[in-house]
Write a protein that binds this ligand. Structure first.
Ligand SMILES: [Zn+2]
Length: 76
């Protein structure tokens, strides 16, 4: 399976007061999508008791073509 390493455009880290179990942070990373016309946004919640990761592609072309996992795009 072919994998593409996407280029990181922007990284943002914000503190979050958490949900009663202490402070955490939310990390947002913006990558250039494989075709170069759009963006892929990866959000990582690193908060005690609430850890989640979500990667969403804002480019309709690449959304149909790839599966995304953080900075990696895999051809479907
Ligand atoms: Zn694209």
């Amino acid at each position: 399976m072919e994998e593409i390493n996407m280029r990181l455009i922007e990284r943002d880290q914000i503190e979050h007061e958490g949900y009663g179990a202490g402070w955490g942070e939310i990390i947002t990373e913006v990558y250039e999508c494989p075709c170069g016309k759009g963006q892929v946004i990866s959000t990582k919640d690193d908060i005690p008791g609430f850890r989640d990761r979500d990667t969403s592609c804002k480019c309709p072309e690449c959304f149909d073509k790839y599966d995304f996992d953080r900075n990696i795009a895999k051809i479907k």
